[in-house]
Design a protein around this ligand. Structure first.
Ligand code: SAH
Ligand code: SF4
Length: 406
């Protein structure tokens, strides 16, 4: 398909370039406080200074220290010399024919042996919401057999500020700050209102394998004096890292999505190999124990539709039985193929019949409309460009050209 409407690499403003200094953009309060201490700010001023920076960073979307008019001049100079407000670099920006936007973002190297890393981040506009799908890791160690991200070799955790940085980039590019003129060339939806209302941790990586950073990023996103997202509008999707599900419930209380994809262990062992460690029955118990569940706060169970693999009506009936007693909704995801994938998407008629069985049992079972397929932005298609290029080169050498709540 080549109906990508716009594709370009935006100019990076000098003010947001990394230039070897650490960025303050995306940092949690505690990290900002430590940074100010390091600059020699007296202890009794720290709280106030953190609040000032916080407001500029997360309410006003400042991208230059010079905008921070209420910060004392001496501190200004120190901040300029020691830090930046850089966001991750936008390597590529694509807008799909359906309005979905995908950014390939690059983070600067974190040390001598780090070459830097790339992730993808996807914005999905809908009539009543704008959902940003963020990545929590570069690549993923879990190798689910139907997922493109799992084939990526290079894996590292993103730090909290690198996760928040994705939200800041999206808001910059969408012009999503009250009273701020969007940067030139930004894609600004014309229907009014805030543009990023929901966040889903459904991009690259397993968020619960990077627990502390994800928890801290959620803390920044939901801070009532900053970005102010509701924890009910943040969904963390996991392949089922049971011990961390309980921690997430206790620490953050966000919405939870479970990548279930199979109704019996032998099949789930193949599709989602972490199942060998944390099998279905234990996973269901962890879900039932997740705090705060009600009919209005249900767990989403994601189920990718794979032709002839997990899409029989008998499996639909087993699925319904499995979920008994858990406030749940089921999200059927048509499989998104990627170059070299070994599965096919179920036929549309079969997806509808499967959905009907679930619906008749009293569960909502929306079929997730694939978004942004033309820009490889759909579920499970995310994989950073450089890695793809590298993989392609490697495979060519071997002469075997093979090449995604409320
Ligand atoms: N690692 C986390 C979150 C990222 S994946 C997790 O697995 O939950 C987001 C969702 O997309 C998951 O449900 C994942 O199983 C699904 N997915 C992965 N590859 C897919 C593909 N090729 N087609 C459709 N859905 C896919
Ligand atoms: Fe990792 Fe999720 Fe993909 Fe599995 S589906 S490989 S856990 S990103």
């Amino acid at each position: 398909m080549n109906d990508v409407l716009i594709e370009k690499k935006p100019e990076i403003e000098a003010s947001v370039r990394a230039e070897g200094r650490p960025t303050l953009a995306g940092l949690p309060r505690a990290a900002l406080a430590d940074f100010l201490r390091g600059l020699g700010v007296p202890e009794k001023e720290i709280r106030m200074r953190v609040s000032q920076l916080w407001h500029w960073l997360y309410v006003r979307g400042a991208r230059d220290f010079s905008e921070m008019t209420n910060v004392a001049r001496a501190l200004h100079a120190k901040l300029e010399a020691a830090a930046t407000l850089a966001r991750p670099e936008i390597v590529r920006e694509q807008v799909s024919a359906d309005g979905t936007r995908k950014w390939v973002l690059r983070y600067p190297p974190r040390g001598k042996f780090d070459k830097g890393a790339e992730v993808e981040c996807v914005y999905i506009p809908e009539r009543d919401r704008g959902t940003l799908c963020v990545s929590s890791q570069v690549g993923c160690t879990l190798n689910c057999s139907f997922c493109h991200t799992g084939t990526q070799k290079l894996v590292r955790n993103l730090e909290a500020h690198e996760i928040v940085g994705q939200v800041l980039v999206a808001r910059d590019r969408l012009g999503d700050y009250p009273g701020r003129t969007p940067p030139e060339g930004a894609f600004v939806p014309d229907d009014g209102g805030r543009f990023v209302t929901n966040i889903v941790f459904m991009g690259m990586g397993e968020p619960l394998y990077n627990y502390e950073n994800v928890r801290d990023a959620i803390g920044v996103l939901t801070d009532p004096e900053g970005l102010q997202l509701s924890k009910r509008k943040i969904t963390v999707s996991t392949s089922g890292v049971i011990p961390e599900i309980a921690r997430l419930g206790a620490d953050s209380g966000t919405m939870l999505a479970i990548s279930l994809h199979a109704t019996h262990d032998p099949l789930r062992d193949v599709l989602v190999p972490i199942n060998r460690k944390y099998p279905i029955a234990e996973l269901m118990q962890a879900c039932a124990d997740y705090p705060g569940l009600t009919n209005a706060r249900r767990i989403t169970f994601e189920y990718v539709m794979l032709k002839g693999v997990n899409d029989s009506l008998a499996e639909a009936r087993t699925l319904v039985k499995l979920l008994r007693g858990i406030p749940a909704k089921i999200n059927l995801i048509p499989f998104n193929p990627w170059p070299g994938s070994q599965y096919e998407c179920s036929d549309w008629g079969q997806i509808e019949r499967f959905s009907e069985v679930i619906f008749d049992a009293g569960y909502a079972s929306p079929i997730r409309t694939p978004r942004g397929r033309d820009i490889l932005a759909a579920c499970g298609q995310l994989k950073s460009e450089t890695e793809k290029m590298r993989a392609r080169a490697r495979l060519m050498l071997e002469e075997q050209l093979i090449l995604g709540a409320d």
